[in-house]
Design a protein around this ligand. Structure first.
Ligand code: HEC
Length: 169
């Protein structure tokens, strides 16, 4: 009988610790360097190679030996035409296997960058497998909304408005 109570106690303890995960990320979603670690294992949604003149200098589109790989965390898809808060997408460009550029976007929410679907833009770096948000010479992280890179990210990605500002999926 004594043991029965002990078992019951532990069962109740386990249940009281359990919180159902509804998968909904709270707003605002503020990504950190850690958010992007391991992107190479995310779902590869598109691979593009070679020069792309519509990209021009963006995303190293003028390099002839470039391969651009687009990874979506958990292969996230749009839900009712928009990507959920917390969605993370990374695009890695390599030229002859050396990484030449990594950019990313994160669904931040809370009225951020209203011109372009509340997305936040990022420049990343990968040093020997350690992924982090790039910093300028003053130590500020290279991230932002409508003003990022003088509005370049927003302006070009607006062409993909019907797919919530992402081209690849
Ligand atoms: C000249 C147009 C242009 C500019 C400027 C641009 N992008 Fe893109 N971006 C694209 C295109 C087109 C793709 C689709 C993949 C491809 O063709 O390589 C893309 C893909 C991406 C992706 C993968 C998700 C997707 O939409 O397919 C991310 C992340 C991304 N860009 C981030 C950025 C960031 C951050 C900036 C600003 C620093 C930026 N982009 C500026 C055109 C642009």
């Amino acid at each position: 009988m004594k043991h029965y109570y002990k078992v019951l106690f532990f069962v109740l303890l386990i249940f009281s610790c359990y919180k159902p995960d509804d998968g909904i990320v709270k707003e605002p979603f503020i990504a950190t360097s850690t958010s992007f670690g391991g992107y190479i294992a995310w779902k590869l949604e598109a691979t593009k190679t070679g020069t792309d003149t519509t990209l021009a200098a963006a995303h190293q589109g003028l390099l002839t030996n470039v391969t651009r790989k687009i990874y979506y965390k958990n292969g996230q898809s749009r839900v009712d035409s928009t990507y959920p808060i917390g969605t993370l997408i990374v695009k890695e460009s390599r030229n002859d296997s050396a990484i030449v550029e990594i950019v990313a976007m994160a669904k931040r929410g809370s009225g951020f960058n209203t011109e372009a679907g509340n997305w936040e833009w990022f420049l990343l770096e990968n040093k020997g497998g350690t992924v982090s948000i790039k910093k300028d010479s003053s130590g500020n992280e290279l991230r932002g909304g409508a003003a990022m890179m003088g509005g370049m990210c927003n302006n070009c990605h607006k062409a993909a408005k019907s797919k919530d500002f992402t081209f690849s999926k």
